[in-house]
Design a protein around this ligand. Structure first.
Ligand SMILES: CC(C)(COP(=O)(O)OP(=O)(O)OC[C@H]1O[C@@H](n2cnc3c(N)ncnc32)[C@H](O)[C@@H]1OP(=O)(O)O)[C@@H](O)C(=O)NCCC(=O)NCCS
Length: 193
């Protein structure tokens, strides 16, 4: 099983039994406010987790979806010897040969604004560039999703553009921000990696 570690987080591949923890945030209307999916029914969350398991078996592998857990002692509400699943993040290859991938993430509300999304996304960039040998990684977010655009800037992504009214979310056309980072840009800001 693939595992990525940061100072405070453990990113590991999903297990079926994670679905209840995922559902805690995937059914929260505030969490999915800027997203095209959700709020999830129990069945939709189970389908999502089953989809991540199917991706683990795919060859060549195109999608890496990670459950994000706090390391023991990080979450004050969780017993000090236990981890807590706080969200998900992932990387989707554009195609087999492009050496490019899109990243995404979603976290439970009570863990927002603690730097966890930035920490997990940094780990995704390192995994993509250092382990998968990618050339470019990119991401999109709703123009009004301030938290997500801050995460992308914070991890060193450049804003590449804005698409007007290209996504319909719950009946309303929304504008999408585009961000990206090249391998050489990532290496320049992370010389020790
Ligand atoms: C977007 C999301 C992932 C951000 O997660 P997070 O863990 O709060 O992000 P971080 O704590 O790493 O924040 C990074 C920066 O953004 C800021 N930030 C985060 N949310 C913010 C908000 N709602 N408004 C203003 N700033 C915000 C943080 O303060 C931090 O800034 P700083 O480094 O200057 O202090 C989280 O809100 C989330 O899961 N939202 C629901 C799903 C979603 O929208 N996913 C993204 C789809 S594109």
């Amino acid at each position: 099983m693939l595992r990525l570690e940061t100072d405070r987080l453990l990113l590991r591949e999903f297990l079926f039994n994670d679905w209840q923890d995922v559902h805690e945030y995937a059914c929260d209307p505030e969490v999915v406010r800027h997203l095209e999916w959700g709020p999830n029914s129990k069945e939709e969350t189970i389908k999502f987790v089953e989809g991540t398991l199917a991706c683990q078996r795919e060859r060549p592998r195109m999608v890496y979806e990670f459950a994000v857990l706090t390391r023991p002692g990080i979450d004050a509400k969780t017993p000090p010897d236990q981890t807590k699943l706080i969200g998900a993040c992932g990387l989707r290859l554009l195609n087999h040969n492009a050496e490019q991938a899109e990243i995404g993430y979603c976290f439970a509300r009570r863990f927002w604004q603690s730097g966890f999304a930035s920490e997990a996304s940094q780990a995704l960039l390192k995994f993509g560039f250092a382990n998968l040998g990618l050339h470019r990684m990119y991401a999109t977010c709703d123009n009004t999703n301030i938290g997500s655009s801050r995460v992308l800037e914070k991890i060193g992504m450049r804003r590449e553009g804005l698409s007007l009214k290209d996504r319909k979310i719950r009946g309303n056309w929304r504008d999408t921000l585009h961000f990206a980072i090249l391998k050489e840009e990532w290496s320049n800001i992370n010389p020790s990696e």
